[in-house]
Design a protein around this ligand. Structure first.
Ligand code: SF4
Length: 446
């Protein structure tokens, strides 16, 4: 490979003169990475100095963090009806969490609130939130999670009877995360979905169950903080935890549906890890860390959805036990080739969907959700037809989750295009997304 000498020299000069410039660092590293040059030393030094895994980060001033914590407390105190009205009106003067900012649950903020002594004049102030013990908050974030793997609701539903896989996931904050530089004590904001596009407007990982539980959001910040401050420790703990799960499931036998024949037999469930159900792949360096973990757990299958399309496309050393799926809705959609690359699309069937044809799915009752039950098809063929027309694919190559699970996994030759497509209804198993023979995943959103 030819090294661009001019850029290399520019980088070396910049690295000395401008060590605080993360952009220069990233450009320089992109040029040098993977090549045996004397500038590796500079990279090492700068890695140490920035302690950022090559990701965009910035210091969060204490007064900004105070504001975030204060908003979190006020928002938690706001009745749901009022919250809805504030969100609908979009009034910039009303206090509400930044839709695209750092998420802190009100309960976590309360834990570090400084309660003013009775009689303090500032008690006259109506707002309950005000001052916070930021050191205590840093200590909350610095706690290392006891379990690195989780099972979100979708994962739990994927672990149904007869599944030959048992699903677990890793999770970091979606869009923006908070870490503490454990050397300096500074809070740092981390961009965790650098290529998020339209997806961030309605990000599933910043709503519903992910935010209802204060522990879940704090665990995500802690995971990110662990990775940033002790990547080696994180790597070895993650390998240990995954290996332990694999060993546990290797000992047990279950009734499972055989992937090759579709028959129900007694056998072992394979552990399936979904990387970052929230948050994307942070950087090349983080991707290498993830791949080392995947390589170290060869009996486990791994998969991820990602909007870091270019990063994965130039990565030539993908572990065979990893399935990478590009998801539309990001800044690099144009780099995805839906006729060739494994991908995922959101099919918004709700009444405010941007697409009239998708609205028909729910409006016409092609899918329904009977009271107390999950979503189900009333007319699967009609749904397939709409998706086929919209995305210019053949309806006969589209399958429901139930149909695709009866199809043996097709072993593909090099460069052979995956032949199938699958529709996943809300709450259905994510298993089709783990298959390399499924080209497109169509996730119905309601
Ligand atoms: S990339 Fe995924 S997690 Fe990140 S903002 Fe978009 S939808 Fe949310």
């Amino acid at each position: 490979m030819i090294i661009d000498r001019k850029l290399l020299e520019e980088f070396a000069a910049a690295a000395v003169l401008n060590t605080s410039d993360i952009e220069v660092f990233n450009i320089g590293r992109t040029i040098i990475e993977g090549r045996n040059t004397k500038y590796f030393d500079i990279i090492e030094e700068l890695n140490e100095a920035f302690n950022t895994l090559g990701t965009k980060t910035s210091v969060l001033p204490p007064e900004e963090l105070e504001k975030i914590l204060s908003t979190a407390v006020e928002w938690q105190n706001t009745p749901q009806k009022k919250k809805n009205a504030i969100e609908k009106a979009g009034d910039p003067d009303k206090v509400k969490p930044d839709k695209f900012g750092i998420l802190v649950h009100g309960s976590q903020a309360r834990k570090v609130m400084i309660i003013l002594p009775a009689g303090d004049p500032s008690e006259d102030d109506d707002s309950e939130a005000g001052t916070f013990d930021l050191k205590k908050f840093a200590d909350l974030i610095k706690v290392r999670p006891t379990k690195l793997l989780s099972q979100n609701e979708k994962m739990k539903k994927s672990n149904k009877d007869n599944e030959d896989k048992v699903f677990f996931n890793t999770s970091i904050p979606a869009l923006m995360g908070l870490t503490v530089d454990e050397d300096t004590g500074d809070f740092r904001v981390v961009t965790t979905c650098a290529n998020a596009g339209i997806c961030k407007i309605d990000c599933y990982a910043r709503a519903h169950g992910y935010l209802m539980f204060s522990d879940a959001t704090m665990k995500q910040h802690r995971m990110l903080n662990y990775i940033f401050n002790d990547a080696e420790g994180y790597e070895s703990e993650m390998i240990k935890e995954i290996t332990k799960k694999a060993n546990r499931f290797a000992k047990k036998q279950f009734k499972i549906q055989d992937s090759d024949t579709g028959e129900i037999v007694m056998g072992h469930k394979t552990v399936q890890i979904r990387w970052n159900d929230a948050g994307d792949i942070l950087s090349n360096e983080y991707l290498r860390l993830v791949k080392r973990i995947i390589d170290a757990t060869p009996n486990v299958e791994h998969y991820l959805y990602s909007k870091e399309v270019a990063m994965h496309k130039i990565d030539k050393n993908k572990p065979t036990n990893l399935t990478t799926r590009y998801s539309f809705g990001g800044k690099q959609d144009s780099v995805i080739n839906p006729k060739k690359d494994l991908h995922a699309q959101i099919v918004d069937a709700d009444s405010d969907s941007r697409f009239a044809d998708f609205k028909e799915i729910k409006k016409n009752g092609y899918i329904t959700q009977p009271v107390g039950k999950g979503w189900q098809y009333e007319d699967a063929d009609a749904v397939k037809k709409i998706i086929a027309n919209h995305y210019d694919i053949d309806a006969k190559d589209i399958f429901t989750v139930a149909e695709i699970s009866k199809k043996p996994v097709k072993k593909l030759e090099d460069d052979e295009v995956a032949p199938y497509n699958a529709i996943i209804l809300p709450g259905e198993s994510d298993k089709p997304a783990t298959r390399k023979d499924v080209l497109g995943i169509y996730l119905i959103k309601h």
